[in-house]
Write a protein that binds this ligand. Structure first.
Ligand code: F6P
Length: 534
C-alpha cells in the first residue's frame, strides 16, 4: 500500500475525533510545533497525530525532498520545462558559491547588489536628483512578481521607511497610473520599470504612459528612469542608460525575485541596511530549511500540514489570516507565489496528476476578516484550514493596549475554531437569557459552532525586516516542498499564456480594426456592446 493510501486510511480512521482531545497529551503543543530562533510555528490545533505525521514525513522522504532541495541550492536545472536552475536563494546569500553551466554566478550577483546599494545611497542622500531637485517619489511599474513582492514588503516595513515615498503601478487599467501620477511632481519622481522579460504588455504600456507624463515636464525624461530586467537589449531599446539598469538572470523566477533588483523600490524606501536585514532573514530560513531535521523543519512541516488539509482531507481552500495590518498584501503575494507555482494539472513528465496540486489561497488581515467572512469559517459547511500570523509586539509603543486586543482576537479565533460550541452549551446560554420551549431550541441551533476546525499559527516577536525575510523564504520553501512531493514543476507558469495570446489577438477586435468573426457568440456580443458604448 502506498504512503498516500495509508494516509487516506489514517484520515478515515481519525476524521471524526475531536482535535481538542489530542490536548489530553500535555506535551501536544510542544510536540506539534517547530521553532527557528524566536519564530514558532504551531500546528498542534490540527488533526495530525504522531502516526499521521510519520506518514506525512514518509511522503517527503519518498519524494526525495532533501535531495531535490540540495539540487535546487546547487543550481541544477530543476525547472525542467524551461531547462533552468532555480536560484533566487543566492540573491539573499551573497557569500554562496554556485556554478551554473560552468560559470560562477556570484560575481555578477554581488556586483548588481553593490550597484543597487550605491544607487540607493545616491538617491536617498540627494546625490542623484531629478530635474527639479531631490527625488521625493519613486514609482515602480511592474506586475505579478515584478510588483507584488516589493509592494507587499513596502507596506510590511513601513515603520522603517525613511527614503522617498514609493508607489506601485501594475494594472493596465489606466485608472491606477492616472491616480498614482496625478499628485506627483514629475521633476522629482524616479520611475522604475520592473519587468523580467521587458515585454509584458501591462508594464510596457504603463511605462510609455509614465514617459509621456515625464516628458511633459522635464527635458530629459530618460534621466529619471531606471530599469530592472533580464534583457539589457530591451531596456536599452526603451532608452534607459545601462548605468541605471539592474539585471538578473533567468534562473530567478518572477514570483521569487524580490530579493534582487526587483526589490530596488523597497531598498530605496527602507535603505540598504534594512534591505540587507531582510535578505539575512531569508538566508536564515534557507539555512534552517537545509539543516533542520524534517520533523523540526518549519517549511517542511508547513508544507506537510498543507498536504494533509488539501490532498488528504480534501479541503479546497486555505485562508491566510495575518493579525498584522502591515501584512495586508501578504495574501495577494501568496496567491501568486502558491497558485502560480503549484496550480498545475500535470506532473514533471507530463502525466496527469492523480490528485489536485494546490488549494485556492485567500485571506485578509484580522481583525477585519472577523467582521466579514469568518461567519463562514466558523459555521459554514465547508472546512477552511486557517493560517494565522501574529507578532508578539507591535510597532506603536503608545498603542500597546490595541496590540494586546489584536493578540487576544487572534488567539480567540483559533481557540473558537478548535472548541466550537455544542448544542448543550448554546442551549444553556439561551436558557440563561430567559428563553424556553421551541423558541429556545430554535435559537440555540443557530448558535452552535461545530468547532474541530484546523488552524496553524506562525508567531514571531515583531515584524522586522529580518522576520519578514524569514516569513517570505518560509513560504517559498513550503511551495517547493509541496511541489516536490506532488512531482510537479513549481517554477513554470504556462497557464498564464493562453489569456495573454488571446488578449493580444482581441486588441484590434476591440478597436474595430479586425472583425469579431470566428469568435464565440458570447465574445462577439460583448465586443459589440463595448463598441457601442465606448
Ligand atoms: O503572469 C505571468 C508572469 O510571467 C509572472 O510570472 C510574472 O511575475 C509577471 O508575468 C510579470 O512578468 P515580467 O516581470 O516579465 O514583466
Amino acid at each position: 500500500m502506498s504512503v498516500w493510501q495509508r494516509l487516506s486510511f489514517h484520515h478515515d480512521r481519525t476524521r471524526d475525533r475531536r482535535i481538542l482531545d489530542l490536548f489530553d497529551d500535555p506535551k501536544r503543543a510542544e510536540g506539534f510545533s517547530a521553532r527557528l530562533g524566536d519564530m514558532l510555528f504551531d500546528y498542534s490545533k490540527t488533526n495530525i497525530d504522531l502516526a499521521g505525521r510519520d506518514l506525512l514525513l514518509a511522503l517527503a522522504e519518498d519524494a526525495g525532498v532533501a535531495a531535490r532541495r540540495e539540487a535546487m541550492f546547487a543550481g541544477e536545472p530543476i525547472n525542467e520545462t524551461e531547462g533552468r536552475a532555480v536560484l533566487h536563494t543566492v540573491l539573499r546569500n551573497l557569500d554562496a558559491s554556485v556554478v551554473v553551466d560552468g560559470t560562477d554566478v556570484m560575481p555578477e550577483v554581488r556586483d548588481t547588489h553593490a550597484r543597487m546599494v550605491a544607487f540607493c545611497k545616491d538617491v536617498r542622500s540627494g546625490a542623484y536628483t531629478g530635474q527639479g531637485g531631490r527625488i521625493t517619489d519613486v514609482v515602480n511599474i511592474g506586475i505579478g512578481g515584478s510588483d507584488l513582492g516589493p509592494a507587499m514588503a513596502a507596506i510590511a516595513l513601513s515603520p522603517y521607511a525613511d527614503g522617498p515615498r514609493v508607489h506601485f503601478v501594475s494594472n493596465v487599467d489606466g485608472a491606477q497610473i492616472a491616480e498614482t501620477l496625478a499628485p506627483l511632481d514629475p521633476t522629482t519622481t524616479l520611475v522604475i520599470v520592473a519587468s523580467k522579460t521587458f515585454t509584458t504588455i501591462e508594464t510596457m504600456t504603463n511605462a510609455e504612459t509614465a514617459r509621456a507624463w515625464m516628458k511633459s515636464a522635464v527635458d530629459l525624461p530618460a534621466m529619471q528612469f531606471a530599469a530592472v530586467s533580464t534583457s539589457a537589449e530591451r531596456t536599452a531599446a526603451f532608452g534607459i542608460t545601462p548605468e541605471r539598469v539592474f539585471g538578473f538572470a533567468d534562473w530567478v523566477g518572477g514570483r521569487y525575485s524580490m530579493w534582487g533588483p526587483i526589490g530596488l523600490s523597497l531598498m530605496l524606501s527602507v535603505g540598504p541596511e534594512n534591505f540587507d536585514a531582510f535578505l539575512a532573514g531569508g538566508a536564515a530560513m534557507d539555512a534552517h530549511f537545509r539543516t533542520a531535521p524534517l520533523s523540526q523543519n518549519i517549511p517542511v512541516m508547513l508544507a506537510l500540514v498543507g498536504i494533509w488539509h488539501h490532498q488528504i482531507c480534501g479541503h479546497a481552500t486555505r485562508a491566510v489570516l495575518p493579525y498584522d495590518q502591515r501584512l495586508s498584501r501578504l495574501p495577494a503575494y501568496l496567491q501568486q507565489l502558491e497558485m502560480e507555482s503549484n496550480g498545475k494539472r500535470v506532473a514533471m513528465d507530463g502525466a496527469t496528476l492523480e490528485r489536485t496540486a494546490g488549494p485556492v489561497v485567500w485571506g485578509e488581515p484580522g481583525t477585519n476578516g472577523q467582521h466579514a467572512f469568518y461567519q463562514l469559517i466558523h459555521q459554514g459547511q465547508q472546512v477552511v484550514p486557517c493560517e494565522f500570523l501574529l507578532a508578539a509586539q507591535g510597532h506603536e509603543p503608545d498603542l500597546v493596549r490595541q496590540h494586546q486586543l489584536l493578540v487576544a482576537n487572534c488567539l480567540a479565533q483559533s481557540e473558537a475554531l478548535l472548541r466550537g460550541r455544542s448544542l448543550e452549551e448554546a442551549t444553556a446560554r439561551m436558557a440563561d437569557q430567559g428563553l424556553s420551549g421551541a423558541e429556545l431550541d430554535r435559537q440555540a441551533r443557530h448558535r452552535v459552532f461545530p468547532g474541530n476546525r484546523p488552524s496553524t499559527t506562525l508567531i514571531y516577536p515583531k515584524l522586522t525586516p529580518f522576520v519578514l525575510g524569514q516569513i517570505i523564504a518560509l513560504y517559498e520553501h513550503r511551495v517547493f516542498v509541496e511541489g516536490a512531493i506532488l512531482g510537479i514543476n513549481s517554477y513554470d507558469q504556462w497557464g498564464v499564456e493562453l489569456g495573454k495570446e488571446l488578449a493580444t489577438a482581441l486588441g484590434p477586435v476591440v478597436t474595430g480594426e479586425v472583425s469579431a468573426e470566428g469568435k464565440d457568440g458570447s465574445t462577439r456580443a460583448l465586443v459589440e456592446f463595448v463598441r457601442a458604448h465606448a
